[in-house]
Design a protein around this ligand. Structure first.
Ligand SMILES: Cc1ncc(COP(=O)(O)O)c(C=O)c1O
Length: 422
């Protein structure tokens, strides 16, 4: 075993990993563009943009430059009691692309904390107005992160079993399929009559960790309208879908009923450094304004609005809006559409779906999320220089927007080879 692996075995505890058997992870030494390189020099196409973060490719020179310049100017300062230009410039850039009802931005460190902030904001929004609302609403099989509020609203019990008895009170509805909207609205009517629901948290259009489950946009809009009419806050978790994954800048852009609160992270900084953001409407913000200090929002993280993260996020938004990236996203979508048409009748495939740069298909038959089939698929692709993380029997890709024709063709060829091998 090489020295890095030996030291890793000695000291490190990896996320979402059962270490009972010795697991030797590939040692990644560098990354550039769409490629990850291991210490032996073998390269892998990052077909999932490192969990949907590095969507402009790895080590993008404009993002690296933003880090360099900011690191030599202002590295970190407490954001409670100070402000700075990287934060105000990021806010200006962000609000120029967010749905127009979003007015205020609250910083944190990652997707889970962005969700945690949104849930606390929703509960305190009603508390500050003298209303005690103690229930949240979420989709079945959603994923919102690993902190307690986020886990409570997530519906993937594979991650959450030991903690369930400590959870917040959450009611769940299925995702809209196009055929079940009336039934969902009837369920909502019952749930609202029996519970004091503060907010509905949802991954708009695509449930990522559930296996890129895609939903009916009209059905989602009907649900959102129904809830808004009943004074329930709408919290869009765009941690996965944000910054161009579904075609538009945000999945919420494709749905007429706009959220009250939006959670952002992941591609916010193009994968360069961690950052979370929760944005809200003027009405949500106004509920916290009072002569009574206790009505303020007393939540804060040490690295809130870290200037380096702010500078990178601003540079990433410039990239998102660039003609090259817009054209890349549209081109990937067209290629995905062609591939989907080509493989949808394959006898081993149960369903192909795509939205923007995201394409997913399920193999026939069910399989555990971390079982043998999942490992076999993963190993097949890694051996051929393509990095992806299947979810049970679901294979998905979400490549960087800057991927070349040759690189995307390579991923598709390995997918087709894999299907032929079954
Ligand atoms: C929709 C969604 N929300 C929240 C999270 C949690 O983000 P993080 O891993 O940065 O805590 C994720 C992570 O995959 C996600 O997909």
């Amino acid at each position: 075993m090489d020295e890095i692996s030996a030291t890793d075995q000695k000291y490190l505890w990896h996320p979402l990993t059962q270490h009972y058997h010795v697991v030797q992870h590939p040692v990644i030494a560098k990354a550039q563009g769409v490629y990850l390189y291991d210490v032996q020099g073998k390269r892998y196409i990052d077909a999932i943009s490192s969990w949907y973060t590095c969507v402009y490719g790895h080590c993008h020179p404009r993002l690296a430059q933003a880090v360099r310049v900011q690191a030599e100017t202002l590295d970190q300062v407490v954001f409670t009691g100070f402000t700075h230009e990287p934060a105000t410039q990021l806010a200006t850039a962000l609000f120029s692309i967010l749905p127009p009802n979003q007015r205020k931005a609250f910083f944190s460190d990652n997707g889970s904390t962005a969700v945690e902030v949104a849930l606390k904001m929703s509960l305190q929004y009603f508390y500050n107005q003298g209303e005690s609302r103690d229930t949240l609403l979420a989709f079945e099989n959603g994923f919102h992160g690993d902190t307690f509020g986020a886990m409570s609203t997530s519906g993937l019990s594979v991650y959450n079993g030991p903690f369930e008895r400590f959870f917040l009170k959450v009611e769940r509805i299925p995702i809209p399929t196009g055929e079940n909207t009336a039934a969902i609205l009837a369920t909502l009517e019952r749930l609202i009559a029996r519970n004091r629901i503060a907010a509905f948290i949802y991954e708009p259009l695509v449930q990522g960790a559930a296996g890129m489950q895609m939903m009916d946009a009209k059905g989602l809009d009907a649900i959102l309208r129904f809830l808004r009419e009943r004074d329930i806050l709408l919290v869009a978790d765009e941690v996965m879908t944000g910054f161009g994954k579904t075609g538009a800048h945000f999945a919420s852009d494709s749905i007429p009923t706009q959220p009250d609160i939006i959670c952002l992270a992941k591609a916010l900084t193009g994968g360069m450094v961690p950052m979370g953001l929760t944005t809200c409407t003027e009405a949500v913000y106004a509920a916290f304004l009072s002569e009574n200090p206790a009505k303020g929002f007393f939540h804060g993280h040490t690295y809130s609005a870290n200037p380096i993260a702010c500078a990178v996020a601003r540079a990433a938004i410039e990239l998102l809006k660039s003609r090259e990236v817009e054209a890349g996203r549209a081109w990937i979508e067209r290629q995905h559409s062609r591939l989907a048409a080509e493989i949808q009748t394959h006898p081993k495939i149960a369903g192909v779906r795509h939205s923007g740069v995201t394409l997913a298909f399920d193999l026939r038959g069910d399989a555990p999320r971390y079982g043998r089939l999942r490992n076999a698929i993963y190993n097949y692709f890694m051996a051929r220089g393509v990095y992806l993380r299947p979810l049970g029997h679901t294979v998905y890709i979400l490549p960087p927007y800057t991927i070349s024709e040759a690189e995307l063709t390579r991923i598709y060829r390995v997918i087709k080879g894999f299907l032929s091998s079954l």
